[in-house]
Ligand binder design. Sequence first.
Ligand code: SF4
Length: 412
Amino acid sequence: MEENLTEASPLSMVPARDHAVPNKNRLSVLSFPYDESILQFIAKNYPHTTIHDWNNWNWQIKHSIDSADRLKEIFGEFHENVIRSLPEDHLPFRITPYFSSLLSRLSPNHPLFRTVVPAKEELITTPGEMIDPLCEAEITPVPHIVHRYPDRVLFTVTGFCAAYCRYCTRSHMVSQQNKCHVSIRSWDRAIEYIRINNCIRDVLISGGDPLTLSDSGIEYLLSRIRAIPHVEIIRIGTKIPVVLPMRITRSLVNIIKKYHPVMMSLHFSHPDELSIEAREACNRLADGGIPLGSQSVLLKGVNDQVEIFKKLNHELLKVRVRPYYIYQCDPIPGSAHFRTEIKKGIDIINGLTGYTSGYAVPHFVIDAPGGGGKIPILPYAIKSTNKEGVTLINYEGKEYIYPEKFSHNLEI
Ligand code: SF4
């Protein structure tokens, strides 16, 4: 029988006497940060739970909120737009107790609520929307490998996530019963594909969320991929620091750092996600020498303002996360209420460029529907060319000429 390394391991048992309303003094020795509002949230919503349980990531997954009824118990009445019962095969609803505590610390109508709680608009498919907009199924040579670019592959190691983002590009595969728990045999087949294709120098481990795997599962993957001589870089794509920061244990960081260079792409959407817990998670990863970038999806009514991105990017840099990409939201079915005009992304980049440090200005990209890969959408910076040179426009709209000998040959 194959060992299943994708399941969360059994909860560590906590002595019965520890199941009490949290005692701040006793708990002050615990390493993950918390504040008084968390203790109140736990006492109200999980009355027989200690902060020790709370900071156990397996406990968090086991107690995930996955029904409208439980959501209502925590938040009271909720908006009539929330879907009470999801159709079969629809992206399910799941958030961690931690993320619900974060939402409860924000205002009742905070836009982050919409990013994880299903709304009725999801059931309306509009023209141009596709189940697999990036056509990844067409470039899957073996299960769990997406090989679009010549020198790198995407390795989807699980279909499970700690929270399901309502705009997820891979909503067609995440959470599906037959794709959540991937067997070691399928991993091995994918690893063998990487091994025999020596053009692959960069492997992006994603999913689903790979950091929902057990430590042993993650070590299994990293050790085998790192043993392939032509793989130079391993990257991990994850939303865990945002929705389940207590998963970033010191033992996890110690495992990852054995296989450097390992980089991580995090998925922050809004500055209010940078709680004390999320900051701790990012700092632990950065202390482990893991270069961190953030990829955000541009979401209508959630983060589609210059000031929101400026704040988000500044806060990310403070915890050593480089804002890397802003993605135009992919046209999956039922995504129209999240998608902005492309011009909005350009306006945001224009609103950041020159007004903040370059480290705080990510690339705005569209993952081309139909499988064309990422296309950077650059603000218009070149006005014209002539024999004097190239006329550039700066962030204030002022013109400057860059002298270039063959400028008249430059194609724009
Ligand atoms: S964490 Fe990533 S893979 Fe999972 S639902 Fe969100 S966007 Fe999709």
